[in-house]
Design a protein around this ligand. Structure first.
Ligand code: FAD
Ligand code: NAD
Length: 471
């Protein structure tokens, strides 16, 4: 240790990095975390999961008041939007949570090193302070790269968050007024979540998606049903369409749209355009070559099952490595990686990582889609509509279903998919059951509290090999 500054240096304080740093310190390792931003928490806490959920939560209340959902339950209200206050509570949530990580760093004796890190060799980085450009060299026995990801740019459509005409997700969280017409490029998670926020607050929203269906990677039935629900809510979809150019004219943008397969172009005017076509790993500026590392074709850093890179002593986790770009995946990898560095056995089961779209209703899944499961062998599928779930029906939340996919021979659950108001919460039990190798029968014979939305998971499991009761 004598000539090392730290046992572990983590680069990046997002959910991957800050969790890895805390776990390493808890395990008795002398730990520092370098972060280029002025606050801890990475994309997730500053401009991602948390602020988007703050806007989704608040706009859901507004929508319920504006669209008659409250009136149906005997509450007559005429909502008045105070967007500044809505933004204020978003900022408060971010401030509270990022400050919380600062507190946890102090509590666990993790040194927060401010500045952007760049390798000078396999065990040394220099930290460059954004404010004054001063540099400091830090040497560590183990270095964890947790630099996360940023927005994938779309050629011809230049983002300028300050102007608030063509924005990325960070800009779309900050809009000073509700757009009249918002065009969302990309029918993925960000487009649907942030498109929903501004649709609920009064914008007309058009979503342009390159593929023939929204939400790629999700179960086919779920994608179709979600599309129907969002259409019913008023989002207009232009599927199999790509945006090839955007011109800003004053406070408006004029977009050129072309059929994905080629053909005549059409023009579309918008006062806000959200570019949400995916994210790419952050490795620029790290000088990976100085450490003897390279990225793969997708710009990611390859790791083995223990999160070791090709260079001894350098590890990588989170959005910068292959796999879904999700905060909880990054966190679990952070814990496992720190445990492996400490000589323990840290494992992440990448087959059981839930994913959730926090719209209303929520859309959640874990494990294989029906399509992927069928490619691997014979399956049995059980489905149950939320319309037949007593709690959802009582709460006026009829949309959605639960689908359980099991191996036809062993009955082992391979995947669970839900569209329901609280699908994000419901999916946890499916992930836990799958982690324990549950069969559909195990879920069907587990007592579920009544009346809960989760009973729909039990009934869908009952439908795999037999019959549900309530349909
Ligand atoms: P990040 O959170 O990106 O953190 C990396 C950190 O490293 C950053 O703070 C960056 O400043 C720092 N950094 C980069 N390079 C350097 C360097 N050279 N030196 C020092 N520091 C550096 N996921 C979910 O699971 N649920 C959600 O609800 C959800 N919502 C999202 C909403 C939006 C709008 C967005 C954009 C993303 C959302 N995500 C969500 C994805 C989630 O934010 C990411 O998967 C997660 O933050 C990845 O964690 P990470 O630690 O790998 O990287
Ligand atoms: P995404 O990959 O979810 O969706 C991008 C969509 O854009 C895809 O449907 C793709 O087909 C489409 N697309 C790509 N190029 C296009 C083009 N030129 N024209 C039209 N459509 C095009 O990406 P995202 O929504 O930007 O989100 C990025 C990442 O952030 C995701 O990986 C996601 O995991 C993460 N995220 C997660 C959550 C959550 O967990 N709730 C929320 C937000 C973001």
């Amino acid at each position: 240790m004598a000539d090392y500054d730290y046992d572990v240096l983590v680069i990046g304080a997002g959910p991957g990095g800050y969790v890895a740093a805390i776990r390493a310190a808890q395990l008795g390792l002398k730990t520092a975390c370098a972060e280029g931003r002025e606050t801890l928490g990475g994309t997730c806490l500053n401009v991602g999961c948390i602020p988007s959920k703050a806007m989704l939560h608040a706009s859901e209340y507004y929508d319920a008041a504006a669209n008659g959902a409250m009136e149906k339950m005997g509450i007559k209200v005429k909502p008045q939007l105070d967007l500044d206050t809505m933004h204020g509570q978003r900022k408060d949530a971010v401030k509270g949570l990022t400050g919380g990580i600062e507190f946890l760093f102090k509590k666990n004796k993790v040194d927060w090193l401010k500045g952007y890190a760049k390798f000078t060799s396999a065990d040394t980085v220099v930290l460059r302070q954004a404010q004054d450009g001063t540099e400091k060299s830090v040497r560590a026995k183990n270095i964890i790269i947790a630099t996360g990801s940023s927005v994938t740019p779309l050629p011809g459509v230049e983002v300028d968050n300050d102007k608030q005409v063509i924005v990325d997700s960070t800009g779309a969280l900050e809009l000073a007024k509700v757009p009249e017409h918002m065009v969302v490029i990309g029918g993925g998670v960000i487009g649907l979540e942030l498109g929903s926020v501004w649709r609920r607050l009064g914008a007309k929203v058009t979503c342009v998606e390159f593929l023939d269906q929204i939400l790629p990677g999700m179960d086919g039935d779920v994608r179709k049903e979600a599309n129907k629900i969002f259409k019913k809510q008023g989002i207009e979809f232009k599927l199999k369409t790509k945006v090839t150019k955007a011109e800003v004219k004053g406070r408006k943008a004029v977009l050129t749209l072309e059929p994905a397969a080629g053909g005549d172009a059409e023009m579309l005017e918008a006062d806000v355009v959200l570019v949400s076509i995916g994210r790419r790993p952050n490795t620029d500026g790290l000088a990976l070559d100085k450490a003897g590392l390279a990225t793969n074709q997708r710009g990611q850093i390859e790791v083995d099952h223990d999160f070791r890179t090709a260079v001894d002593g350098i590890w990588a986790i989170g959005d910068v490595v292959p796999g879904p770009m999700l905060a909880h995946k990054a966190e679990d990898e952070g814990i496992a990686c720190a445990e492996n560095i400490a000589g323990l056995t840290g494992i992440v089961n990448h087959d059981v990582i839930p994913s959730v779209v926090y719209t209303m209703p929520e859309i959640a899944g874990v494990g294989l889609t029906e399509e992927a499961a069928k490619e691997k062998g014979e399956v049995k599928v059980g489905k149950f509509p939320m319309l037949a779930n007593s709690r959802a029906k009582t709460n006026h939340e009829p949309d959605g279903f639960v689908k359980v996919i099991a191996d036809a021979k062993t009955d082992r659950v391979l995947g669970v998919w839900c569209i329901a108001s609280v699908a994000g919460t419901m999916i946890a039990q499916a992930a836990q059951a799958m982690e324990f190798g549950a069969t559909s029968e195990d879920i069907a014979y587990t007592c579920h509290a009544h009346p809960t939305h989760s009973e729909a998971i039990k009934e869908a499991a009952m439908a795999v090999t037999g019959k549900p009761i309530h349909i």
